[in-house]
Design a protein around this ligand. Structure first.
Ligand code: SAM
Length: 350
């Protein structure tokens, strides 16, 4: 496998069969070797910097019924909320003072998140916090809507592709949602000049090594600026309540492969990792991730944005979260930086 690691680092590409082999033959030794190579690749592009994003969960109202998600429309036990603009601005203010220079506004696909409301919020954020970056993650919208939000100042957009295999997409979502529509959204976002984030859950039901290889091939071709992968964690109020969770080990292994294939990609150490293992995020940094995204939403609302069981809720302030991350990153020889943390230009192949 060492030859294949060299090939991936050198050419930044493998065949689907080769990616599948990596998934099939995973051992702790191979994972450690890949993690070391991925960390080095990350350092060559970003040095010891880790970028911070302030995650604000603006609404848990959602018209969709994704089989895996705790805020799906059919979950009657979810106390629905929508933050007001002033509440969002107050969260951003505290996060800005703590050092955050990127705000991620995430929410379900709610009819209340109109273009007018979101555009005005994006404009307020950009005007109040000069030099900040605004990332949106509010699901599938029309090209016109994405264009308006971009013109209002949104810089980045996170929309996980969820799976690159159309048949798998249909096993995770009801018929009203389509792989084709998701891909069209991603194409539109890219054409409109957003920095685009894709991603998927590791260990989602019906995932296979071949399907994971297809995800890796998709990421290789699409070359997203950001890629969010985290373990699938079941939620008790969904059709997938009794499915097995994904693992931190496989997630870290895939993070390393993605880093080697795409050294400049921004790779978050996702919250779902922390839900499974207290040191899950640190392990992801050790495997090549370079972004952390602490939740700065009001503590009283965090519990209602329950995508999966055991999602961490914390009463700590943005300042305390920043300080805690700094402390946790120090032993990994990583430094949390006050920077909006844009993706670096892809470097030439070795
Ligand atoms: N509505 C927006 C969208 O669909 O992109 C943003 C919110 S959505 C809840 C954010 C992400 O949460 C999804 O892309 C999905 O991968 C992840 N997610 C949802 N349920 C999950 C679960 N049970 N385990 C792990 N991740 C989950």
């Amino acid at each position: 496998m060492r030859e294949l690691i060299d090939k991936l680092a050198r050419t930044r590409s493998l065949s689907a069969d080769e990616y599948e082999r990596f998934v099939a033959v995973r051992t702790p030794e191979l994972a450690a070797e890949l993690a070391g190579r991925a960390r080095e690749a990350c350092e060559r592009v970003y040095g010891d910097a880790v970028f911070a994003r302030a995650l604000i969960e603006i609404s848990n109202v959602c018209r969709n019924d994704c089989y895996y998600c705790g805020i799906r429309r059919s979950n009657q036990d979810c106390a629905r909320y929508q933050m007001g603009s002033e509440q969002v601005m107050a969260c951003a203010q505290e996060a800005w003072r703590a050092g955050f220079r990127t705000f991620v506004l995430q929410g379900g696909e709610s009819p209340a998140l109109t273009d007018a409301w979101l555009c005005s919020l994006v404009r307020d954020l950009k005007a109040s916090f000069p030099g900040c970056a605004v990332t949106l993650s509010v699901g599938e919208r029309s090209r016109d809507s994405y264009r308006r939000l971009r013109e209002a100042g949104a810089d980045r957009y996170l929309l996980r592709h969820e799976t690159a295999t159309p048949a798998h997409y249909q096993q995770l979502h009801p018929a009203a949602m389509s792989f084709h529509a998701r891909m069209e959204c991603l194409r539109n976002l890219r054409e409109l000049g957003y920095a685009v984030g894709v991603g998927f859950m590791v260990g989602s039901p019906f995932q296979t090594p071949a399907r994971l290889a297809a995800d890796l091939k998709f990421i290789e071709r699409f070359k997203p600026e950001m890629c969010g992968i985290g373990p699938f964690v079941p939620h008790h109020g969904t059709p997938f309540a009794s499915e097995e969770a994904g693992t931190v080990d496989l997630t870290c292994y895939l993070l390393s492969l993605i880093r080697l294939m795409h050294p400049a990609v921004l790779l978050p150490a996702t919250t779902a990792l922390e839900a499974l293992k207290p040191d899950g995020r640190e392990r992801a940094i050790g495997a090549g991730a370079n972004v952390v995204m602490p939740n700065v939403s009001p503590a009283a609302l965090q519990g209602s944005y329950e995508l999966y069981d055991r999602k961490p809720v914390s009463e700590k302030t943005a300042f305390q979260k920043w300080a805690e991350l700094e402390r946790k990153l120090a032993p990994l020889e990583r430094r949390l930086v006050i920077d909006r943390g844009d993706a670096a230009e892809p470097s030439p192949k070795e």
